[in-house]
Design a binder for this molecule. Structure first.
Ligand SMILES: Cc1cc2nc3c(=O)[nH]c(=O)nc-3n(C[C@H](O)[C@H](O)[C@H](O)COP(=O)(O)OP(=O)(O)OC[C@H]3O[C@@H](n4cnc5c(N)ncnc54)[C@H](O)[C@@H]3O)c2cc1C
Length: 1042
């Protein structure tokens, strides 16, 4: 055949398995096509001489649609941009920009202000504008390009008549090939906008035509109305495909001759047309002499796919890529199992392929219908009885995943270029957690939205493509594979995803729901272990990506993106590992859990023989925890036993502390004592950027509160305990890493209880470190350790709440960056005791907030945040700022003050470690009464006592964190109370011993000891008084005894 490969072509009817595929998908639609549902060919003369196109919404995506997608991704209230674009009508900023009366900068300024006012949040309009004008978005619809070519080929003129603007570089924004048009009329050039009739007349004049000789396409009603009033024929464009059909009907000739999603054959992918033509003619018995038309689908890079038109036959050819291939990769024979040949030909099935799984431009209900159709067709495939269709030998029965694991591990090893820790963990973890395979069906093996051909007009699957990985296997693998896009970002180069979009707004079912839909349709019980299937699917993707990467290194990449793609292996394997962790937690939660109150329990699953003594933090006293152990709940007691990525994160943080944080402490401390202390230190801001760049940012949010890792690093409480302790060794590190109180508690509150709008407005700036916040509960006139005593009133008035109250010790309220006060007050003093309180989000610039004075702790002001005494006088807050609802404040405060507060304990361990380290260094170098202090017995005893107390407290912190991870915050209540009772006084004692060993210097500002001591002392109140925690411990202990 001359293709360098032994090629064999057969008619589709010669393969039983292919027949099956067609029978289930292609044939009925091919028949429908022949029945004329795509009747595009009624030719006839046209009375029209020109077609005039609007640009945005007709030739390229409309600003409104781009805005809708952008708002979803940026969590801006939906419709803000569109509303702001229309605002002010003809004299609004948008229309003045269109007439070039204001510059791009002026427009963005005015427009930004307008959007922010409307949405009550800061709207980064620059980023919207960049997206709107980006090459990725501002691309002419291929269907329009085709139509214009056909119109001009018939001798008609074409024009663009667009409301358009100048870019900052003074060129008008026209992402079109001007050569396609005889006339281009732009509002910014003419100083007139549609629907002003003058601009239409100008266009007609330049075309030299009467109104009735032209057709005008626009997506906006007023623009069309104006054109129609002049006698121009109009077409309203809702979607380009339908508009072209309407235009075809008016013009009387076809505008669609090309094949969608194809391009000329790429140079490296050329195949000899002559020999192929001869072969096909012989095979198919074609007599005509017309040449073979060959195009390449831009789809299917792993196995290049071609469109062939020969005589009246539309065919698709799929073949192996050139070069040496990995064992069992590109098993194209799977699509044609009886032949085992490197290429095959099938009939072409026209329809739509949705390449972007977020389905831009569609209505939410349409998106949902598309995903439902996808689910339905998968159920149909899985319902086929392999025996009944002669596919019982299509693959082995049972043990599908173990076999797949062997294949993919082998393939991964063959293309491995360096050790990827997550891949190693998965290779160990997956076989240990294999599900019991319930069913064996035909599985597709690569079931994704962009492998489906949809009906152009309704949500119905016409064909399923890419069967090369199909076999007999566990059908849930296909279901998981359908959900890959849910977890990948939209910028992911190979498999586009939408994890950065709001699924509810898009209308796309979440992965859990997709699984549920599947089970419901198949009549199966809900899938419990779907996280395992997700982990396995992402593992497989990672192995494939590694293969692509390896090929790119050896110069055989079938796409320019290959190299970039392969480097993503690590990213995908980490995603897979996240699912493995989630599955591990699920298994744990289902295990019969020993009552944490029983004294005899030990909290990890490892056998006793593996207990090791705990040493200092600087060496690893525990052998490396294997992932399998970690996932079964091993309590990680030393940083060296953390899983490799978290251990790496720990070491990165340690390095950062040593390189940047400790050296900055003297300057930061002197800033706090300077006249500028009530302004944020520029050095802190600078270090925040560095921490962000190193991924040492927002580490605090527990995985359990943020399982999708949408907002934070997704660490478990135990993992964070180790990192938080390290941050606690400096008073400044928590803020530098955006992990400081009270922001952390407030952010967690917003994640757990906030609405999407509240999150967009408050959570995002806090997560970015742009804003700070405070929590206002304590009141001078009542004993506030009992939150039910709080008296501040929250009263309803129209669509507002009005608050009045006197608060104090409000940490962070004096900080100029503080934008949010999370306010606790009473909405109903007559309700049951724990339902009187509510939590409101109060913007700090609301009139009526009067800061009376900063309070001091042992004389320290703790600037710039401080601890303020404040009055709230008739402060009016919109009702939508209520969190969860009236009367739910106690519940929220419990959530906020419970787990979040063990962060203080973690940091207190850090204070203590640093104090002890400073003490040890000091006593070795200081000589008194003829020998170094370290040789004094009392000093040795103090060191020993401190070490023991730190270790005891750390174990208790880790145990509390571990129980929170395994059994939830409620089950860990006793442990949380115990460590809150223990940690501050332990730290006070350890720091006090260090101060004593330092002599008077220990009390000075030359060392962090005095500040540590102050904080440790303050935390015996700020974290709730010791007595309250003691009371809780005793109560739970007694309850247990009874
Ligand atoms: C540095 C610092 C920062 C703070 N930051 C904030 C903040 O940001 N927001 C905020 O709202 N508050 C904050 N606070 C206030 C803190 O939460 C309260 O001080 C604490 O809840 C105790 O309330 P109280 O001061 O009113 O003490 P009270 O309730 O008056 O209690 C006084 C004492 O009574 C005793 N007592 C109380 N209950 C019991 C009991 N059940 N059994 C036995 N004895 C008991 C204890 O010894 C207790 O110390 C902060 C405090 C400090 C010191």
């Amino acid at each position: 055949m001359g293709l360098g490969l032994t090629m064999c072509v057969r008619s589709r009817f010669q393969s039983s398995c292919l027949q099956w595929a067609w029978r289930t998908t292609f044939l009925k639609h091919i028949q429908r096509r022949h029945q004329g549902s795509h009747g595009w060919t009624h030719l006839g003369g046209s009375t029209y001489k020109a077609v005039i196109f609007d640009m945005g919404g007709v030739l390229i995506p409309s600003p409104g649609k781009v805005a809708a997608e952008w708002e979803v991704q940026n969590r801006i209230p939906s419709g803000t941009i569109l509303k702001a674009l229309m605002e002010g009508g003809e004299n609004g900023p948008w229309m003045r920009f269109m007439r070039a009366e204001i510059t791009a900068e002026g427009f963005l300024r005015e427009f930004g202000r307008l959007c922010s006012e409307m949405s009550k949040t800061s709207v980064p309009v620059d980023s919207f504008f960049s997206l709107l004008t980006s090459e990725r978005v501002a691309k002419q619809f291929p269907v329009m390009t085709e139509a214009i070519t056909q119109i001009r080929a018939k001798g008609l003129q074409t024009a663009v008549l667009s409301n358009n603007f100048y870019l900052p570089n003074q060129k008008s924004f026209l992402p079109l090939d001007r050569k396609q048009f005889d006339v281009v009329v732009e509002s910014c050039v003419e100083g007139i906008c549609k629907p002003d009739l003058r601009i239409y007349k100008l266009c007609l004049e330049r075309l030299g035509l009467q109104p009735s000789e032209s057709i005008f396409l626009d997506d906006l009603g007023p623009n069309l109305k104006a054109a129609a009033s002049l006698g121009i024929h109009i077409i309203k464009v809702n979607d380009p495909e339908t508009a072209v059909k309407e235009l075809e009907a008016l013009l009387g000739f076809t505008l669609r001759v090309g094949v969608p999603n194809t391009q000329p054959v790429r140079k490296t992918m050329e195949i000899p047309k002559d020999s192929l033509e001869k072969y096909l003619k012989d095979l198919l018995g074609i007599q005509t002499t017309g040449p073979l038309e060959l195009l390449q689908f831009d789809h299917g890079q792993s196995n290049p796919t071609y469109y062939i038109r020969l005589a009246n036959r539309d065919l698709v050819l799929r073949k192996k890529p050139p070069g040496t291939l990995l064992p069992s990769a590109h098993a194209i024979e799977r699509e044609f199992s009886v032949v085992g040949t490197p290429f095959y030909v099938m009939e072409y099935c026209p329809g739509l392929i949705y390449k972007d799984p977020s389905l831009p431009g569609l209505e939410p209900s349409h998106r949902r219908a598309i995903y439902t159709a996808m689910n339905t067709v998968l159920c149909k495939i899985h319902s086929v009885d392999p025996q009944a269709v002669g596919l019982e030998d299509y693959g082995k029965q049972g043990a599908y995943i173990p076999r797949q694991m062997r294949t993919w591990v082998k393939q991964y090893r063959a293309s491995e270029t360096s050790t990827i820790p997550a891949m190693e963990r998965l290779i160990e973890w997956l076989p240990l957690h294999l599900p019991h395979q319930q069913r064996t069906t035909v599985v597709h093996g690569d079931f994704r939205l962009d492998n489906l051909v949809f009906h152009p007009e309704k949500p119905e699957v016409l064909a399923v493509l890419d069967w090369e990985l199909s076999t007999l296997g566990d059908p849930l693998v296909d279901v998981a594979y359908s959900c890959l896009a849910h977890y990948l970002p939209s910028s992911f180069p190979v498999l586009r995803g939408f994890n950065d979009c709001d699924l509810t707004q898009l209308g796309i079912p979440a992965a859990e729901e997709y699984f549920r839909m599947y089970c419901l349709q198949m009549g199966l019980p809900p899938t419990q272990n779907w996280n395992f299937y997700m982990a396995f699917s992402f593992f497989r993707v990672a192995a494939i990506l590694q293969g692509v990467y390896k090929r790119s290194l050896t110069g055989q990449a079938s796409s320019a993106h290959a190299e970039q793609t392969g480097k993503l292996t690590e990213f995908v394997s980490n995603l897979a590992w996240d699912f493995a962790v989630k599955e591990g937690f699920r298994v744990f939660k289902e295990m019969p859990f020993k009552n944490p109150l029983t004294r005899s329990c030990h909290t990890w699953a490892r056998p006793q023989s593996q207990w090791y003594p705990i040493g200092t933090r600087s060496y690893s006293s525990v052998p490396e925890a294997s992932p399998a152990h970690a996932s079964r709940g091993g309590l990680v007691i030393s940083p060296e036993s953390l899983s490799p990525p978290i251990r790496e994160l720990y070491h990165r943080l340690k390095h950062f502390m040593e390189q940047h944080v400790y050296p900055a402490e003297p300057e930061l401390q002197s800033h706090q004592a300077s006249a500028a202390r009530w302004s944020p230190s520029p050095l802190i801001e600078n270090l925040k950027e560095k921490a962000k760049a190193e991924g040492l940012w927002n580490l605090f949010l527990p995985l359990e509160a943020d399982p999708e890792k949408k907002y934070g690093a997704g660490l478990t409480n135990v993992e964070y305990a180790h990192l938080c302790e390290l941050m606690g060794t400096s008073l400044y590190a928590p803020e530098i890493c955006n992990c400081s109180a009270p922001d952390t508690g407030n952010m967690e509150l917003l994640v757990r209880y906030g609405t999407e709008a509240q999150k967009a407005r408050w959570l995002m700036p806090l997560l970015e470190g742009k804003a700070r916040s405070c929590f206002a509960m304590t009141e001078p006139q009542v004993a506030s350790s009992d939150a039910t005593n709080i008296e501040a009133s929250i009263r309803e008035e129209d669509s507002f709440y009005v608050i009045n109250g006197h608060k104090w010790w409000i940490t962070g309220i004096l900080d100029p960056r503080c934008q949010l006060c999370v306010f606790m007050g009473k909405t109903d003093p007559h309700a049951p005791r724990h339902q009187q309180q509510s939590v409101l989000l109060v913007p700090m610039d609301t009139p009526g907030i009067k800061i009376i004075r900063p309070l001091t702790v042992y004389g320290l002001e703790d600037a710039p945040g401080g601890h303020g005494e404040v009055r709230f006088e008739h402060v009016r807050v919109p009702k939508e700022n209520m969190v969860l609802g009236p009367g739910r404040g106690f519940e929220i405060a419990q959530g906020r003050l419970g787990p979040g507060r063990i962060h203080h304990c973690m940091r207190l361990i850090g204070f203590s470690e640093r104090a002890l380290a400073l003490m040890k260094a000091r006593v070795k170098s200081r000589v008194a009464f003829g020998k170094p202090l370290v040789e004094q017995g009392t000093v040795l005893a103090d060191i020993a006592q401190s070490r023991v107390e730190i270790e005891q407290a750390r174990l208790l912190v880790l145990r509390a964190a571990h129980l929170m991870d395994l059994a939830g915050n409620k089950a860990a209540a006793l442990d949380i109370a115990m460590i809150k009772m223990v940690a501050p006084s332990m730290a006070s004692r350890v720091i006090d011993r260090a101060i004593q060993a330092f002599g008077a210097a220990g009390l000075s500002g030359d060392y962090p000891l005095a500040q540590f001591f102050t904080w440790a002392r303050a935390l015996r109140f700020a974290d709730g008084p010791d007595e309250v925690h003691r009371a809780t411990v005793a109560k739970l202990e007694l309850k247990h005894c009874i």
